[in-house]
Design a protein. Structure first.
Length: 634
């Protein structure tokens, strides 16, 4: 059945990330410029090559180019590309090297079907063999071209079926034969002005505008044209025409669509006065932290409240262990959370890389509560770790930024971060928000156990003060920029800290490596002499976290060991902290703060340092080489 618009509109904001970006358009405007604009917004998902296909005069006109969308844009004038229905793709290579031929969209051997695809077709080799026996020929090494030809094969076989049904049926039959993940947009030469889109694993959303429809891998690519969107669910196929749309399942059952209203505008996905999204997102942290906390403290101000955990206080108090799994930066947030929960709530916590946990068959104690953390909610290893824990019968909760992500949907409950879209590939505001939620979780658990009312109130007050403390650190950006300029051309850099700040040292090193391609390592400050000290030289500075506290003097001793070997030192000290004269080459001051807030406040200088070093080295900060915002392949 075809649904006419409008349908009830539900209000929420959603934002989704995945590797590779897809945009499709049908309407009255020229499709190519709108598709290129959408692709630029999706470039953070992959930027090896880009392509565009527009239907015109009974065939597809396709332009493809290795490199960024800007390279494709330069190519476009060589083509006519004047049609009003088309699609585009920005690629992060999985199958096949980075060449124009492997770029999407792909065209079937008979020119009937054009396809863009995000994901991996695992059984593409056997399908390709079969299609070769049927006379299909291939121009690329990609799994996508195989799927495109499979659709063409089924389309040819459905010759008896009329118009729209024939193509949707061909897509459905093809998807039944594929194993793996996909988000696809397909076009058929016999049905101009129509798009067929489907997903399993890879997210897709379509928007319903004034006399036009758009489809994309995430709403940032379409929100400038419409805020009324439908998030396609796994196993669904949507058929979009100029006037209406229908959704069915892979088994051809009709689906009643829910139209969501995107509540953020395109402005939140735009740079404004900033040079890069990473810079913008670092400076957005005071507001992001406020949004993460909003409405999440008890009336008496002594503990945290979480609406969506779906675990009763009674069940929580019986929990004996917690397990956290995540990848990359999110894992660093888990490690800090472990430290805080163990130190305040006295509950044993284990953390693991999601990619390791999913295969190592770890024994878990019965009353273990399992948490995953993920900004995007689409990271494949985190999703797999979560499924593995669920398979073993554990209740799994998620800390996640993207509302409606795969992880959010599959978790038994969770906490949304509410920091809005994070577009820079290097995570910054999502990280500090995860640190904040970890600190709030530690408080919640501690208040169920031994933490007193008074300590709870002081803890809450400290958390509420975090945005202002972060703002104070941000005021030092010009000073940190100068330090970055001084050390930007070092050969290596060590980040050294202890306790919770050891994990921020890991994060500092990761941030620097990914944005500036400068070799960096994070280490526990005292452990450094068991190996990494061999790296020390005049061109290998060490960033020391040396906050006020009981181990300050121990950290100063580690600094002396570095200085004795001519290693430059950048010291991050609490206000009032003093070092022996001449020990540090540069000092960054952070406000003195509660133990639960310290990791948040201490993260900011190293984010800024990485950002400014990357800028000084002329790196592509928002799109570092070889990376994508969310890693959705193993
Ligand atoms: C580094 C970074 C990555 C992500 C990791 C997990 O700056 O952003 O290390 O933290 O890929 O991503 P999510 O949190 O989306 O699961």
């Amino acid at each position: 059945m075809v649904r006419k618009l409008p349908i009830a509109i539900k209000s929420s904001w959603k934002f989704t990330y995945f590797m590779c970006g897809i945009v499709g358009y049908i309407g009255k405007q020229k499709a190519a410029p709108l598709i290129l604009e959408g692709l630029k917004r999706l470039e953070y998902r992959g930027y090896d090559s880009a392509g565009i296909a527009v239907f015109q005069d009974g065939s597809f006109d396709i332009a493809k180019k290795v490199g960024r969308v800007s390279a494709l844009e330069k190519e476009v004038p060589r083509y006519r590309l004047v049609g009003t229905c088309g699609m585009g793709h920005t690629r992060w290579a999985t199958h096949g090297s980075i060449t124009d031929a492997n770029a999407h969209p792909h065209l079937s051997y008979d020119g009937k079907v054009a396809l863009t695809h995000n994901g991996v077709i695992e059984n593409y080799a056997s399908i390709k063999k079969f299609l070769i026996t049927k006379g299909h020929t291939f121009r690329s090494e990609t799994d996508t071209e195989v799927l495109c030809n499979l659709i063409a094969y089924h389309y040819a076989k459905q010759a008896g079926l009329a118009g729209e049904n024939r193509f949707v049926t061909a897509v459905r039959k093809s998807l039944h034969h594929t194993q793996g993940t996909y988000g696809i947009v397909a076009m058929n030469v016999d049905a101009p002005g129509e798009l067929v889109t489907a997903r399993k694993g890879s997210p897709l959303v379509f928007g319903i505008g004034e006399g036009e429809s758009l489809v994309a891998s995430d709403v940032s690519a379409i929100v400038s044209r419409t805020q009324n969107v439908v998030y396609l669910k796994n196993g669904e196929i949507a058929h979009l025409t100029l006037k209406n749309f229908s959704i069915t399942t892979l088994d051809a059952d009709e689906v009643s669509p829910v139209i969501d209203r995107v509540c953020w505008s395109i402005v939140s996905a735009e740079l404004g006065a900033y040079h890069h999204f990473m810079e913008k997102e670092i400076f957005e942290q005071p507001a992001a932290l406020k949004n993460t906390m909003r409405g999440r403290f008890s009336e008496d101000g002594s503990t945290a409240l979480f609406g969506g955990l779906n675990v009763t206080a009674n069940e929580f108090s019986g929990i004996e262990r917690l397990m956290f799994c995540a990848c990359g930066t999110a894992l660093h947030a888990c490690l800090v959370t472990e430290h805080l929960i163990e130190s305040f709530a006295r509950i044993p916590v284990e953390c693991d890389y999601a990619s390791e946990f999913r295969y190592r068959n770890a024994p878990l104690a019965r009353n273990t509560l399992f948490f995953v953390m993920s900004q995007s909610g689409e990271t494949i290893d985190t999703l797999a770790a979560m499924r593995e824990a669920k398979r073993k019968g554990y209740r799994v909760l998620a800390i996640n930024n993207v509302v409606g992500s795969s992880i959010a949907r599959e978790a038994d409950g969770g906490i949304y971060q509410h920091v809005g879209p994070e577009i820079g590939v290097a995570s910054t505001k999502a990280f500090t928000s995860q640190l904040l939620l970890g600190a709030m979780l530690a408080l919640y658990l501690a208040r169920m156990r031994d933490m007193s009312f008074g300590s709870g109130v002081r803890y809450v007050e400290a958390l509420k003060g975090a945005p202002d403390l972060v703002r104070k650190v941000l005021e030092q950006a010009p000073h940190i920029k100068k330090i970055a300029q001084r050390f930007a051309h070092s050969t290596d850099m060590l980040f050294l800290g202890r306790m919770s700040l050891f994990h921020i040292a890991l994060e500092g090193a990761l941030k620097l490596k990914e944005t500036s391609y400068l070799h960096a390592e994070g280490y526990p400050a005292a452990e450094m002499k068991h190996g990494p000290i061999a790296l020390i030289s005049e061109t290998c500075p060490s960033v020391f976290f040396a906050p006020a506290g009981e181990i300050f003097n121990k950290i100063v001793s580690s600094m002396q060991e570095i200085k004795a070997r001519r290693g430059p030192i950048i010291a991050i000290l609490s206000e009032g902290g003093e070092l022996p004269p001449g020990l540090a080459d540069e000092v960054i001051i952070i406000p003195e703060c509660h133990e639960a807030v310290l990791p948040i406040v201490a993260s900011v200088p190293v984010q800024l340092l990485s950002y400014y070093i990357a800028a000084e080295r002329g790196c592509d900060i928002d799109k570092p080489r070889n990376l994508a915002k969310s890693v959705t392949v193993e």
